[in-house]
Design a protein around this ligand. Structure first.
Ligand code: R5P
Length: 312
């Protein structure tokens, strides 16, 4: 059985279409005070249930919804409950970087398990170690091949892949390997959440088409400052590919003004998502779907077949 929370119903519909079955019926209303009141309209007893709910903005609402629907499924005797979380909120807080920091990504994992998930499917985690925050199986899928297809369509193999920070070097290497392309790495500093400074570009990008790859775009500062630095070093074109378009307020404007030719993201998070904007505000943006990837993973999990080739 496939069920969808309200975080990204369009993606859930696409996944259901790919699999060739309808989404299960569930009404998610609110009590007068704003608390969620989900009602699953059909029996889930004995079913292998997949609940699709990325925990993107509004993050707290989408998380709480995920937790309480998992709880409802567990209490209703579903045989196995898989939380399909295409975008995992709070994943950037996966370690302490300052005294008295929380490790929010671990806390979310604890609650997801306690609420009732027996398995998790997610796409391009910020840090692979987050898989280990769970004591249940995690299928950590990647959209790298989907993004690589777009890069190849635009540039063939004639590109250099750029990581916008040292932490993303392995991600850049994975994309570069598929495209048989060289890589460059940017040494980035982040004095404030919405401010990024580029210290150095490691690698020669002069006269080359650059494709910056990142896991997510939030304020857009990382990509905007990386693009400026690459142009200053003589790059002839700059495209960006990222799995998750978090696109916090102000990001589209920042990216629009940056010397970037195309920004390619996926539909793990809906666009537009709660802000007053449309595709007209985002002429450089292209969105590819991860629905076929997630649908394939769901079918394989259900049939007890290997999912590992979808990680590569
Ligand atoms: C950082 O480690 C991440 O991989 C992204 O580069 C970062 O979170 C993007 O954030 P923003 O768009 O706000 O610069």
């Amino acid at each position: 059985m496939l069920l969808s929370g309200t975080a990204n119903p369009q993606l859930s519909e696409r996944i259901a279409r790919e699999i060739g079955m309808p989404l299960g019926e569930m009404d998610i209303t609110r009590f007068a005070d704003g608390e969620f009141d989900p009602k699953i309209s059909e029996s889930v007893r004995g079913h292998d249930v997949f609940l699709i709910q990325p925990t993107c903005a509004p993050v707290s609402d989408n998380l709480i919804q995920l937790f309480i629907i998992l709880d409802a499924l567990r209490r209703a005797s579903a045989t196995r409950i898989t939380a399909v979380i295409p975008y995992y909120g709070y994943q950037r807080k996966e370690k302490k970087t300052q005294p008295r920091d929380p490790i929010s990504a671990k806390l979310m994992a604890n609650i997801i398990e306690i609420a009732g998930a027996n398995r998790v499917v997610c796409v391009d985690l910020h840090a692979e170690a987050i898989q280990g925050f769970f004591d249940i199986p995690v299928d950590a899928l990647t959209a790298t091949k989907i993004l690589a297809r777009r890069v190849r369509e635009r540039h063939g193999h004639d590109v250099i892949i750029v990581s916008p920070d040292t932490g993303g070097a392995a991600r850049a290497r994975r994309l570069a390997r598929i495209l048989d392309a060289p890589i460059a790495i940017i040494d980035k500093r982040r004095p404030r959440d919405d401010t990024v400074e580029v210290a150095t570009v490691i690698g020669d990008v002069a006269g080359l088409k650059c494709v910056i790859v990142d896991d997510l775009i939030s304020t857009g500062s990382t990509l905007a400052s990386a693009a400026v630095a690459l142009r200053e070093k003589g790059a002839t074109a700059v495209d960006c590919v990222a799995t998750h378009g978090v696109l916090s307020p102000g990001a589209l404007e920042r990216l629009h003004e940056a010397p970037i030719d195309e920004i390619c993201i996926t539909d793990t998070i809906p666009f537009p998502n709660g802000h007053n904007r449309s595709f007209d505000d985002a002429p450089k943006l292209r969105i590819l779907s991860v629905a076929p990837l997630i649908a394939e993973a769901i079918v394989r999990v259900h049939e007890g077949r290997s999912v590992s080739e979808l990680f590569r």
